[in-house]
Design a protein around this ligand. Sequence first.
Ligand code: DGL
Length: 266
Amino acid sequence: MTAPTNELKPVLVFDSGIGGLTVLREARVLMPERGFIYVADDAGFPYGGWEEQALKDRIIGLFGKLLQEHDPEVCIIACNTAFTLVGADLRAAFPQMTFVGTVPAIKPAAERTRSGLVSVLATPGTVKRAYTRDLIQSFAQQCHVRLVGSENLARMAEAYIRGDTVSDEAVLAEIDQCFVEKDGHKTDIVVLACTHYPFMANLFRRLAPWPVDWLDPAEAIARRARTLVPLVADAVHPDSFDFAVFTSGNPDFATRRLMQGFGLRA
Ligand code: DGL
C-alpha cells in the first residue's frame, strides 16, 4: 500500500519484532503529521543469533521490496542488531533513501556516568559487532564497559508485552551480569541496546540489586528522524493510515491486538 499522492510520504519503522514500537511511539509524538508503517520481520525473529552475512542478505532483500511497495520519506531502523550490522550496506544499496539508525547509546552513557562503570545490555549479535567495539573505542575508553549479550530477553519481552507471565528469576538471570562492583564503585548506567528491552524497564527497575539509570535511546532516535523529515505547513495526519506489516504474513491474535493498541492496522 502506498500513500495517496496528495499526502505526505509516510515514515517506515523497521524491527525484527515488536521492539521498534518503543521508537514508533516517540516518533509519532514528534511527527504527528506523518503516516507510519511499522514493519516487523517476525519471520526472521529473533535476529540476535543470526550468522552475519545471512542476516545482511535477508535485510537488504527485504528493503528492496519494502521501498518499492511503500515509498517512504525515511526509514527508521529501530533495531540495534540490524543497524549495527547492515546500516552502511543499506545506505550503499539504496542511496536515494534516508535511513535513521539505532546503535547502542554508549556515547551518552560515557558522558553521564559518575562511577565510570557502564553496562550495555543487548542481543548476542549486537554485543559481538565490530560497530559496538568501535563505539567503545571512540567514546568510552575512559570507562569500564561491560557488554552483556542476552540470549533470551528479546523473546521474553515479546511474551511480556503480549500479556504472558515471565518469572522474576528468569529476568534477573538475564540482567544480573550488568551489575558490576569494582574498587568501591558500582555500575550506574545500563544502556538498553535492544529496542525490545524498554518494554521491560519497570521490571528491570524492580529487580535491580541497586538503582541505575536505564538508558533508552528511543526519544533521541525520534528527534534525529524529525530533523530529516521536512515539516510541511498545515499538513495533517492522513486519516486511519497507519498500519503494520509482518513478514510472516500471519501475526497471532495477541500481536494483532497489540498493534491495534498502538493504532496500527495489522
Ligand atoms: N529489537 C532488536 C534490537 O534492537 C533485536 C531483537 C532480536 O531480534 O533479537 O536489537
